[in-house]
Design a protein around this ligand. Structure first.
Ligand SMILES: Nc1ncnc2c1ncn2[C@@H]1O[C@H](COP(=O)(O)OP(=O)(O)OP(=O)(O)O)[C@@H](O)[C@H]1O
Ligand SMILES: Cc1cn([C@H]2C[C@H](O)[C@@H](COP(=O)(O)O)O2)c(=O)[nH]c1=O
Length: 207
């Protein structure tokens, strides 16, 4: 990594696997080693992102796919790029891999989704967290669902976990900088430590 340019880390995976929790812990652990941290998410907190997040029951197929993609490009222009140009570390909870899993579940052609993201910025490291589907489903149910895509049964969760494994294999074959990690029953703190180690190793011990 050049001295001037930041580092872009993304986390994807099934609902309830711990992405939001681990993203926050990772940002906390990276902070002392960086010249600034931006902890963010897609769908983003912008108007477009909030619309996408609350529209999963109203919008279907291509309409939702394109809205989420519009938000992701806007987020790239307004949040990710400026932070990286300022030398900061960006930790993003969900990114394009999630769309490659969810959009085809909604009947959208995977080739169309891939082409939609042809110009999206590649992360430096894209973590895919997977875990026991029953545990993911239980955590999601305990928290309560607010999106049509969130699993309501272990079978839904299994389908989601398998979707992330399949998309990971395709992205690896395309040279996307993926790091797949099975969280098993580890604490979120332990998972964040494992990811931190991967980041340091990829950056030769420093940021
Ligand atoms: N490793 C862990 N061990 C135990 N509980 C965890 C762990 N990681 C997260 N949790 C708990 O599981 C719940 C879901 O976590 P979190 O919101 O981080 O998951 P998520 O992958 O971001 O889910 P979603 O995609 O549905 O938002 C939270 O209550 C969180 O405290
Ligand atoms: C990234 C992404 C998200 N969505 C929808 C469906 C998800 O459940 C929510 C994100 O909420 P979470 O708290 O991060 O789980 O947004 C989508 O439809 N397509 C996507 O690519």
């Amino acid at each position: 990594m050049s001295e001037k340019y930041g580092l872009f880390i993304t986390l994807d995976g099934p609902s309830g696997v711990g992405k939001t929790t681990v993203s926050a812990l990772l940002a906390e652990k990276l902070a002392p080693h960086s010249s600034g941290i931006v902890l963010t998410t897609t769908p983003s907190k912008s108007n477009i992102g909030e619309l996408a997040r609350r529209s999963t029951y109203d919008l279907h197929g291509l309409a939702l796919t394109c809205l989420v993609a519009a938000d992701r490009y806007h987020h790239e222009q307004t949040t990710v790029r400026p932070a990286l140009e300022a030398g900061k570390v960006v930790v993003c909870d969900r990114y394009a891999p999630t769309s490659l899993v969810l959009d085809p579940q909604d009947g959208v052609d995977i080739a169309f989704v891939r082409s939609l993201y042809r110009c999206i910025r590649l992360p430096d490291i894209a973590f895919i967290l997977i875990g026991d589907p029953a545990l993911c489903a239980e955590r999601t149910a305990r928290r309560g669902t607010y999106s049509r895509f969130q699993p309501t049964s272990p079978a839904d969760s299994t389908r989601e976990v398998e979707g992330f494994k399949a998309v990971t294999a395709e992205l690896v074959a395309d040279g996307y900088p993926i790091h797949l990690h099975n969280v098993h029953d580890a604490t979120a703190d332990h998972v964040a430590d494992v990811l931190l180690k991967v980041i340091f190793e990829a950056n030769e011990g420093g940021l």
